[in-house]
Design a protein around this ligand. Structure first.
Ligand code: F6P
Length: 333
C-alpha cells in the first residue's frame, strides 16, 4: 500500500477536465473513477474528454457524475476512449486548445497516459499556463519518476497466463516456443514475465543477443536434459526479429514455434494491484491540484505517492533495473 501526502487545500477549483491518451492500459478506468469521485466529493465538476487529445482539440467533452463511473473499476480499456493525436504536436493547436478550455470554464486537466501523452500535457502548461497533472498509464512501465505504472501488473499477469499455457504444449511436443511480449523499447515486461514464467532464455533490447548465442544456450539446455524450452522476446525495434530467430532454430533442427501475444496484453480486467494503484493516484491527483501543484506527474517511489515535475519525467526514460535483467539471466540458465 502506498502512503499519500497530506496537502493543504490552497487552490479553489470549480471545474477540471480529464482524459486518457496513447495506448490503453488496464486500470485506466479505476483512475478515471477515482478522479471523478474525489473531485465530486470536494464540489469540483469534471468534464470527461472523449478520445484523448483529439477530443480535447475538438472540444468533445461530457459532464461526469458519480453514475457515469459506476461499474468501470473492474473493466479494462478506457471508458473515455483514447487516441494518438498528431495534431497536438503543433503549438498553435495547443494554444487554441487552452483558449477553448478556459472558455469552457475549465481550470485544470488530468492526463492519464504514457510518455508521449505526458509530453503533450507538459507543453500545454509550459506554453499556455493552463494547469495539467499527469498520471502514468502504460503497460510498459518505462516512465521516469515512478516505480510502477497503471497497467503493468495486469499486462504481466496476462502474458504469464499465456506463457503457462504455452509451457504445457511445449512440454507435450518437446518444442521450443518463442513468445513475443510488448514493451516498445523496454524489456521490463519481458524480464518480469521471463522470471515469473521460468523462461529458459529472455531476450530484451537492453541485453540483445544474436541467433547463434540463442542456439548455443538451447543446445546447452538440451545437453542438460531439457527437451522443451520457452524463450521470452521483448518486441524491441525489429518486428521481424522473432520470425528470423524462429527460422534459424528450425533450420538448426529444433521444432520451434513463434507466438506474438500483442494487444491481448493491453486488455482484460485490471489486477487488484492496478486497481488500487490507479485509485490512489486518481485520488491524489485532485489533492495535488487543490494544493496548487501542477505540471507534475504523480508516481510511486519507495511506497509513497509523490509528484515529479513533468519536465523531468519527459526528458528521461526509466530503464529496466539491471538487477531484474540479471535475475532473469541467471535463473534462465
Ligand atoms: O506503449 C504501450 C504499447 O502497447 C507498447 O508496448 C507497444 O509497442 C505499443 O503500445 C503498440 O501501440 P499501438 O497500439 O499503437 O500499436
Amino acid at each position: 500500500m502506498w502512503s499519500l501526502p497530506q496537502l493543504p487545500r490552497t487552490r479553489t477549483l470549480k471545474r477540471i477536465g480529464l482524459l486518457t491518451s496513447g495506448g490503453d492500459a488496464p486500470g485506466m478506468n479505476a483512475a478515471i473513477r477515482a478522479v471523478v469521485r474525489t473531485a465530486l466529493s470536494r464540489g469540483i465538476e469534471v468534464r470527461g474528454v472523449q478520445k484523448g487529445y483529439s477530443g480535447l482539440v475538438a472540444g468533445h467533452w461530457v459532464d461526469m457524475d458519480r453514475a457515469s463511473v459506476a461499474n468501470i473499476l473492474q473493466t479494462g480499456g478506457t471508458a473515455l476512449k483514447t487516441d494518438r493525436c498528431d495534431a497536438f504536436h503543433d503549438p498553435t493547436v495547443r494554444a487554441d486548445t487552452a483558449a477553448r478550455l478556459r472558455g469552457a470554464g475549465l481550470e485544470a486537466l488530468v492526463v492519464i497516459g504514457g510518455d508521449g501523452s505526458l509530453s503533450g500535457a507538459h507543453l500545454l502548461e509550459q506554453e499556455t499556463g493552463f494547469s495539467v497533472l499527469g498520471l502514468p498509464g502504460t503497460i510498459d512501465n518505462d516512465i521516469w519518476g515512478t516505480e510502477d505504472t497503471i497497467g503493468f501488473d495486469t499486462a504481466v499477469n496476462t502474458a504469464l497466463e499465456a506463457i503457462d499455457r504455452l509451457r504445457d504444449t511445449a512440454t507435450s511436443h518437446e518444442r521450443v516456443f518463442l513468445v513475443e511480449v510488448m514493451g516498445r523499447n523496454s524489456g521490463f515486461i519481458a524480464a518480469t514475465v521471463g522470471i515469473a514464467g521460468g523462461a529458459e532464455i529472455v531476450i530484451t533490447p537492453e541485453r540483445p543477443v544474436d541467433d547463434e548465442t540463442v542456439l548455443e544456450a538451447l543446445n546447452l539446455s538440451q545437453e542438460r536434459g531439457k527437451h522443451s524450452s520457452l524463450i521470452v522476446v521483448a518486441e524491441g525495434e525489429d518486428p521481424q526479429f522473432i520470425n528470423r530467430l524462429n527460422e534459424h532454430l528450425n533450420a538448426a533442427g529444433y521444432q520451434a514455434r513463434a507466438c506474438i501475444l500483442g494487444h491481448i496484453q493491453r486488455g482484460g480486467s485490471p489486477t487488484g494491484h492496478d486497481r488500487v494503484l490507479a485509485s490512489c493516484l486518481g485520488y491524489a491527483a485532485v489533492d495535488h491540484l487543490q494544493a496548487g501543484l501542477s505540471n507534475i506527474m504523480l508516481g510511486v517511489q519507495e511506497n509513497r505517492v509523490l509528484g515529479v515535475p513533468l519536465s523531468e519525467v519527459i526528458s528521461r526514460r526509466r530503464q529496466t533495473p539491471e538487477a531484474l535483467l540479471e535475475v532473469a539471466r541467471v535463473l534462465a540458465t
